[in-house]
Ligand binder design. Structure first.
Ligand code: GAL
Length: 417
């Protein structure tokens, strides 16, 4: 018996040797801390650990990631960045210019990233022609989340236009519900503003405003209308919205206290975590006036240069896992997003994800696919921050003038360019 157990121990230890030789540590900065998003992040942790590596969680709470970015800068300045950090869009170029990012070309070549990713996505992940980040998913920002039971009680209809949105909101309010569940934080105000801008300006002018930063569009009549509509919308949120986290706002809709939420599809992670079924317990519809268009927000992990070879191996394994089919399916089902790989079978995804993939492909062909400003895809975080300041000040000031706000928006963007 003793011999057998000694033998078993020896075999077990031997089996660990190949792992031990390459086991590294991978520290990952992210802000996926809500109940639903944590479930998604845990998938990555488990898959990294299954390869024998140690996962060091560097989670910094705060929706939209502003707090996480501040902490990352401090760590980078002190010469101690993590192995991987959720950095998105044009900011990847800024980190690349600092010379801090490492390349993932070998993994990318092995896994054929150039073939699996739409070229717009691949370009964002590259600095100077080298892959320096791995894309995790595609989130859509222009969604409206509805509790159909609450809508039915209020006699409200899912809206397809902005006018219908306010009609539904009036009915919800009259029936004693919070019409629009909102969290009063700058990035959430910015998300609602972005959806209104997408609807009112349309995809082409949305791009002119936030990618090209065209002054005529930023100060034009349509932008004034966006601010005027944002002001109107303020009348449909509750008095306790200030400072509320986005997942708490989602909770109000899930629990039947509110009728709807304007939010990107990470909101779905909360519905999923609560055991609710898309198309039955809740509906996801394109934000009114943006049907057929898609404001994208791609999460990605940028990789920092590391000295230790084992840690470098762990970093490469992390990238390979992220682009793998298994991770893309499990993670995105929990996160609310869709896979970034274009070759995935979507039949086991829910109806919201299937609609999202269909619209993504359609929008890519008709000019409707545009980068989210509020989620760091359209411009640098400096421009994003400048827009948030103007929007939040406007949203919280009952006397603010929409025309002046549009002028301030252009001036604020100009100042940080
Ligand atoms: C976005 C991010 C999403 C989600 C959301 C809420 O910027 O891309 O993954 O975490 O913020 O925090």
């Amino acid at each position: 018996m003793k011999v057998i157990s000694r033998l078993a121990t020896a075999v077990y230890l031997a089996s660990l040797i190949p792992f031990a030789a390459h086991a590294g540590e991978v520290e990952v900065l992210h802000w996926w801390t809500s109940g639903g998003e944590k479930r998604a992040a845990d998938t990555l942790k488990q898959m990294v650990e299954a390869k024998g590596h140690t996962w060091k969680d560097f989670a910094v709470a705060g929706g939209g990631g502003e707090a996480a970015m501040t902490v990352l800068k401090t760590r980078a300045v002190s010469g101690n960045p993590p192995a991987a950090a959720q950095i998105k869009g044009p900011d990847i170029q800024e980190w690349g210019e600092l010379g801090l990012l490492t390349d993932l070309n070998e993994v990318a070549k092995r896994q054929k990233w150039d073939e699996l990713l739409p070229s717009q996505v691949a370009d964002i992940m590259k600095y100077d022609g080298d892959y320096v980040a791995v894309p995790v998913n595609v989130h859509r920002v222009n969604w409206l989340w509805i509790n159909p039971e609450v809508f039915a009680k209020a006699g409200a209809k899912p809206p397809t236009t902005l006018d219908e949105l306010f009609t539904a909101a009036d009915k919800l309010k009259a029936a004693g519900f919070i019409a629009i569940a909102h969290g009063g934080q700058p990035w959430q105000d910015g998300t609602v503003f972005e959806d209104l801008a997408f609807a009112i300006l349309g995809p082409a002018d949305f791009r002119k405003a936030f990618v090209d930063q065209d002054e005529a569009v930023l100060t034009g009549d349509k932008m004034v209308e966006v601010f005027a509509t944002l002001k109107k919308l303020h009348g449909y949120i509750d008095a306790n919205a200030a400072g509320r986290d986005w997942n708490a706002a989602a909770g109000l809709v899930i629990n039947g206290k509110a009728g709807m939420q304007i939010m990107g599809d990470w909101a779905k992670s909360e519905w999923t975590a609560a055991g609710k079924i898309a198309g039955e317990d809740y509906s996801c519809i394109p934000f009114p006036g943006t049907q057929g268009s898609f404001a994208y927000n791609i999460d990605s992990l940028a990789m920092f240069k590391l000295a230790d070879a084992d840690n470098r191996k762990a970093q490469e394994d992390l990238a390979e896992i992220v682009m793998g089919k298994e991770f893309q399916a499990i993670f995105n089902k929990n996160k609310g997003s869709i896979p970034v790989r274009q070759d995935m079978d979507m039949s086991s995804f829910d109806s919201c994800a299937q609609a999202s993939m269909k619209d993504f492909k359609e929008a890519a062909g008709n000019g409707g696919l545009q980068p989210s400003l509020a989620h760091g895809m359209a411009a640098s975080s400096y421009v994003q921050g400048a827009v948030f300041d103007v929007v939040t000040n406007f949203f919280n000031d009952a006397n603010a003038d929409p025309k002046k706000a549009a002028q301030q928006l252009a001036a604020a963007i100009q100042a940080v360019q």
